[in-house]
Design a protein around this ligand. Structure first.
Ligand code: CP
Length: 318
């Protein structure tokens, strides 16, 4: 039996293929595409409180967690400007987590430092959900990406997913690549040579016998079901001159429409800067806005699961 109640969601690698599939299945219960009846789920976690600790800016993750929590009946507390808290007076990270822990039932945290979510989980005795820790992980983004691919393709096995842009610093592509490696998915990596997929991830893919290809340009005859475009992560560069050299190398302009017309579905975790031309937005295969909306259903499911308000599947007796 899967055990989600009280569980931290820190790293996508903490979840088995079966657990990931169960989370995707649970999210469908909150998605109006699958549930046509009134989606009034506000009694699921009534009386529970989510504390949102955002040490780094966010639009989608913060607001969708707030929306998800309220849709299942939770109250919300927290901050997105640490300078407006007693951190400004010198209070430590650990003390801040300890205090918020005592006011809430689940902590959702974004932080610029890799490993910060794990550090919070070591202090907290309620579930901690990692909403992005530096260049490390953003597991709920990975889950919503998987959900989007499954929803669009109808399955995860037997497809090809191309990941493009900043494959060095992009936490979303690292985690998505590892999550997809549970399935029979061919992966294509497209980036400037200085922003290629780090060896540590390629080694894991090799161990898992994943078929992948690497390109330093967008192939004319790209054979992929999905292209996952990413923003070059300016905030992770130590030398801004290096950022300037690569920032405009993988822009999808209006000419990308020919790929969309051929059936390639374009994803992007957002925010975008200039790497996807807005003229592509209205194409039915440009799915990044529905991808962002799917985050709501995944986060409703996760909050319900870690609070023990949604039953996990019962193990079958052998
Ligand atoms: N995709 C994502 O994490 O967006 P935000 O930074 O706006 O939360």
């Amino acid at each position: 039996m899967y055990n989600f109640k009280g569980r931290d969601i820190i790293d996508i690698n903490d979840f088995s293929k079966e657990e990931l599939l169960f989370i995707l299945k649970t999210a469908k219960k909150f998605d109006p595409q699958y549930v046509k009846r009134d989606r009034s789920n506000y009694t699921i976690a009534q009386g529970k409180i989510a504390a949102l600790l955002f040490f780094e800016p966010s639009t989608r993750t913060e607001q969708s967690f707030k929306s998800a929590a309220q849709k299942i009946g939770m109250g919300i507390i927290g901050f997105d400007d640490p300078e407006a808290t007693s951190i400004h007076k010198g209070e430590s990270f650990s003390d801040t987590v300890r205090i918020m822990n005592s006011y809430a039932d689940v902590l959702v945290m974004r932080h610029p430092e890799s490993g910060a979510a794990k550090k919070a989980a070591d202090v907290a005795d309620i579930p901690v959900i990692n909403a992005g820790d530096g260049a490390n992980q953003h597991p709920t983004q990975t889950m919503l990406d998987l959900y989007t691919i499954m929803k669009e393709a109808g399955h995860l096995d037997g497809i090809t997913v191309a990941l493009m842009g900043d494959l060095k610093y992009g936490r979303t592509v690292h985690a998505l690549s590892l999550a997809l490696s549970h399935f029979k998915v061919k992966q294509i990596f497209i980036s400037h040579s200085t922003l290629s997929m780090p060896d540590e991830f390629l080694q894991i893919l090799d161990q898992r016998k994943v078929i992948y290809e690497q390109f330093d340009h967008l192939p004319d005859n790209l054979q992929a079901d999905f292209l996952y475009q990413t923003r070059v992560q300016k905030e992770r560069f130590k030398d801004l001159n290096e950022y300037k050299k690569v920032k405009d190398k993988f822009i999808l302009d209006a000419s990308f429409k020919k790929y969309l017309d051929k059936g390639v579905k374009l994803m992007h975790p957002l925010p975008r800067i200039n790497e996807v031309d807005p003229s592509l937005d209205s194409h039915p295969n440009a799915i990044y806005f529905s991808q962002a909306r799917n985050g709501l259903y995944i986060r409703e499911a996760l909050l319900g699961l870690v609070l023990g308000r949604i039953d996990p599947p019962v193990a079958r007796s052998s």
